[in-house]
Write a new protein. Structure first.
Length: 136
């Protein structure tokens, strides 16, 4: 019988973390939809496969997890205690990739918005996002 301490670590835990339809992403989608904004999800043809795309407004929205994308908030500043070098390199690579995909989208004429996981519960942030989107 495996110990309970082993159950919360390692690859099995990582497999449970979703890339799409995360709680922060769902919160942003619900808010935008409630404001009358219509969008498509994760289009394969766009660089970086943005979480939310408003084609009529030529806008891509990424909803980033603070830890995974190295945000400068309390949750994003948390450092892994095990395999720290691996995680530091992975997060740094994520940041480089995020910037590259944003630049690619902008070169194609798209507006790019990024909402951080820690911001998805802040109605003021969501309200300002919706207002910017409605003006485009």
């Amino acid at each position: 019988m495996a110990s309970s301490a082993a159950e919360g670590t390692g690859p099995s835990r990582m497999r449970r973390i979703r890339q799409r339809n995360t709680e922060p992403e769902l919160a942003v989608r619900r808010y935008l939809h409630s404001r009358g904004l219509r969008f498509i999800l994760h289009p394969r043809k766009l660089p970086g496969r943005p979480d939310i795309v408003l084609p009529r407004r030529k806008t891509a929205v990424f909803v980033h997890g603070c830890f995974w994308h190295g945000h400068d908030c309390d949750h994003g500043r948390v450092r892994a205690k095990t395999n720290a070098e691996f995680w530091q390199a992975k997060i740094a690579a994520n940041k480089v990739r995020d910037q590259r995909k944003k630049t690619e989208l902008e070169r194609l004429g798209w507006f790019v918005e990024t909402i951080w996981e820690c911001q998805t519960e802040d109605l003021q942030v969501l309200r300002r996002l919706a207002q910017r989107l409605l003006r485009r």
